[in-house]
Design a protein around this ligand. Structure first.
Ligand SMILES: *Cc1c(COP(=O)(O)O)cnc(C)c1O
Length: 362
């Protein structure tokens, strides 16, 4: 399918180098977006158009029954002004995995990559320059059938918007405080936890708000059945270095299969670290914190890359991780993984895994 391009007649003002430092995340959007529609069993009208509001019928299915899936990935500017993407086809693949769970239509992975690439090529001046900044891409699919009734919609809209985003850590990596959630759950067996769908977030907002009131930046979810096994945090998978082994929850239908998670597991193994995907109970985790065998803990996700955890709170227990007097409490492995992954993403380390694509070449 051909992708048509309609250029915006008036361009927005791009952030200056000074403004890039305070861009935040997902606050501003570029001049163009990709769109295509699905009707009568096929995708059609693939187009790049000026960034615009959507016009939706109030009865439209996404607004009532939450048939929505999304992705999140970044385009990175290298020191020599090439624009790279990181494992973008993996995002396209995962979008299809989410689509199947939500009874939504799939999109050819290569075509979807081409759509992202064409859009970023057109928006290349929107990819910010300052260290740690990037152009965040948000591919989104929604059900647009104009009728009530709970069933898979017959029509869909797929679009991709781009948001220039600031460095996640303005002053270097900073350990976060996390509360283990023992009341609300995010995902249950047989549910939609492994799909990137808005509903998973809607049901998590209250827990996040209650934890934020007590000064925690994230909640660590436990499994929905026994409230016993450690799952993941808001938009990050979790890894724990216990007795020299890196432990993360196994992929089941309650865990979002993070691309950063997968990348970190590969890199850690290459660094000689044993990686275990296995159920980790909160009791084992707290015990490891208390007996000193919990050496490091961090979240992994596209936005933060690697996010060190400095404190875990579970009921009345507080586990402190890392020695604040050494590298601000950031563990050696956490730091090494962060540096390696960001080195690959910004093209400073040679990519031997085939993870990085250059939007002008690949
Ligand atoms: C997107 C997301 C992640 C991280 O996935 P990445 O591909 O590494 O960005 C982890 N957990 C949840 C719930 C997510 O939505």
């Amino acid at each position: 399918m051909n992708i048509s391009i309609t250029h915006a007649t008036e361009l927005k003002t791009k952030p200056t180098r000074e403004e890039e430092a305070s861009l935040g995340f997902g606050q501003r959007f570029s001049d163009h977006m990709f769109m295509m529609n699905y009707d009568n069993g096929e995708w059609h009208d693939a187009r790049i158009v000026p960034y615009q509001r959507l016009s939706l019928d109030p009865a439209c299915s996404v607004l009532h029954y939450a048939q929505e899936i999304f992705e999140g990935l970044k385009a990175y500017r290298t020191d020599d002004d090439r624009i790279l993407m990181f494992r973008a086809k993996d995002n396209a693949q995962r979008l299809n995995d989410s689509a199947r769970r939500l009874c939504m239509p799939e999109i050819d992975v290569d075509f979807n990559y081409e759509a992202m690439r064409k859009l970023v090529q057109l928006e290349r001046d929107w990819v910010p320059h300052n260290p740690g900044t990037s152009l965040y891409l948000r591919p989104t699919m929604i059900g647009t059938e104009e009728a009530l009734g709970v069933h898979a919609a017959k029509s869909y809209l797929y679009y991709i918007i781009c948001a220039p985003s600031g460095a996640y850590y303005k002053a270097g990596l900073a350990p976060i405080r996390i509360r283990v959630e023992d009341k609300y759950v995010r995902a249950v067996r047989g549910g939609t936890g492994s799909a990137k769908t808005g509903g998973n977030y809607a049901c998590s907002i209250l827990a996040g708000a209650e934890a934020a009131k007590e000064g925690y930046s994230q909640v660590l979810w436990l499994d929905g059945e026994h409230l016993k096994y450690v799952q993941e945090v808001g938009a990050m998978n979790m890894m724990f270095l216990i007795d020299g082994k890196l432990i993360t929850a196994p992929l089941q239908d309650t865990i979002l299969p993070g691309i950063t998670r997968r990348s970190v597991m590969t890199l850690a193994r290459e660094m000689g670290i044993e990686v275990e995907e296995r159920p980790l109970s909160v009791d084992e985790l707290i015990a490891a914190g208390e007996n000193g065998s919990l050496q490091e803990a961090f979240g992994t996700g596209t936005a933060a890359v690697v996010s060190p955890v400095g404190e875990l709170a579970y009921r009345d227990k507080h586990i402190f991780i890392g020695d604040k007097s050494v590298n601000d409490g950031i563990g050696e492995l956490t730091m090494k993984l962060y540096n390696t992954l960001t080195g690959l993403q910004w093209g400073r380390i040679e990519d031997t895994h085939g993870w990085v694509t250059d939007i002008d070449k690949d």
